[in-house]
Design a protein around this ligand. Sequence first.
Ligand SMILES: CCCCCCCCCCCCC/C=C/[C@@H](O)[C@H](CO[C@@H]1O[C@H](CO)[C@@H](O)[C@H](O)[C@H]1O)NC(=O)CCCCCCCCCCCCCCCCC
Length: 526
Amino acid sequence: DFDWTKNERSSFYYGTFPTGFSWGAGTSAYQTEGAWNIDGKGISIWDVFAHKKGKIFSNDTGDSSCEGYYKFKMDIVINALSGEHINEKGIKYYDELINMLLENKITPVVTLYHWDLPQVLQEKYGGWQNVSMVNYFNDFANLCFERFGNRVKYWITFNNPWSIAVEGFETGEHAPGLKLKGTGAYKAAHHIIKAHAKVWHTYDVQWRSKQKGLVGISLTADWGEPVDITNQRDIEAAERYIQFYLGWFATPIFNGDYPQVMKDYIGRKSGQQGLGASRLPVFSSQEKSYIKGTCDFLGLGHFTTRYVTQKNYPSGLGDSYFTDRDLAELVDPQWPDPGSEWLYSVPWGFRRLLNFVKTQYGNPMIYVTENGVSEKMLCTDLCDNWRMQYFKDYINEMLKAIKDGVNVKGYTAWSLLDNFEWDEGFSERFGLYYVDFRNKNKPRYPKASVQFYKRIISSNGFPNQREVESWKRKSVETCSSSNQLLAADPLIGHMEMVTEIVVPTVCTLCILLSAVFLMFLLRGRL
Ligand SMILES: CCCCCCCCCCCCC/C=C/[C@@H](O)[C@H](CO[C@@H]1O[C@H](CO)[C@@H](O)[C@H](O)[C@H]1O)NC(=O)CCCCCCCCCCCCCCCCC
């Protein structure tokens, strides 16, 4: 029952965050680094998936993306303003990245798995469908603790396992692109939870006393609001929506087992389908106690909200994660929807979700690891009013949640740069910085939201109405000059073409012609 949060749904709360609150901006490897086959890097499931025709919007790939592998030094400066063998070149890249972050007084928060499994593990074992991934992932994590743990104190095992499981193994829209409906996602999630727990224990036993760091997991979830808050069936459907989203991973990790409602619904439907056992795998009692409590902090990704109502799906429709939930998702057409089809701006849902985490999982320490909004590909306007509004309202709801007693310690905007947006390729832009992907140098241009977010950070919140109301205007003032620079970019691209192609070609031709002319002269003399 979160009805009480409605009182302040539309009222803005002026105030600041607790001292020491952390602010950041996130990126991920496959989405930004590029250099997909450079320096001995192995091939991942996303390299293979994106190279298949028709999987990604416009057949985009992350092959070069933002060229972050080469340009990370520059990205840290802009941020500061606000397998079978060990690839030593890869280690060196991350060594330098971490060192440079620290030199710029930025605390690295490292995610070990943001979706790019080595392709060899997919081909040999079926990837996350196979329990052997638990040990492979643990070996990889152990190597990272060994090589980087003297400097990295915040580790996130998995980013958004819901997407890994559902989009990778149920809808097949993400790598590895499998549609194992009604079973694949549950199996992948089961192995991911075990892998997370094993890595947490490895850190706890082997590294914690020396390195004194923390290990968590980053879970992404929408808020689900009952369509009719007086209707018990809608209330229960909304509860199921969240349990099948966040609870699927959070309940085993905090309480030791899957949510009862998942066990009940999937078990009952499996029975109706004539299966001898539930499609939801089962943890042994040993596993339950091994998994329970393996979270020093909870990373939380949150973007949007849905209205939820009860809807029965008869078992004859076939197995599916979606039909297992017996609910329908709705959106209010009035909600702003600037970019991605699935992303509506509903700030009050964020406060409710945070309060849900507090009450369900014993008020854990939370770091918000992803929150942000996109715009469509063709939008080259750097004065991104809708993003400033989104950040202002969502961050304000987070502040209200802290006042409610939720233990939020830090916030990370998604994302630092426009990048490869998975199956949407480069057509959806989440960045604080615009990246010109048409230009091979991938130049970055600050959007107005950079200035806006910096103002929130330097004030550690929203000090007073007069000041906060001036921020948007001031931020927009700065972005018009960036707009002009971006507008001139085709010209810069043209000039580059002149210097890099036309000039060398003309020079080569001149040399050739001179040689021919010389030969001609010499022949005449002889
Ligand atoms: C019988 C009923 C069948 C219903 C079938 C419905 C299928 C719905 C599929 C649901 C898709 C929801 C996708 C949302 C995912 C996000 O939570 C996730 C967040 O992860 C982070 O996101 C960053 C930005 O996207 C990203 O850059 C970062 O790396 C990542 O960590 N985002 C993603 O997974 C990215 C891809 C999402 C692509 C989803 C396309 C599906 C489009 C479906 C449109 C649905 C429209 C909903 C309208 C309202 C319904 C009433």
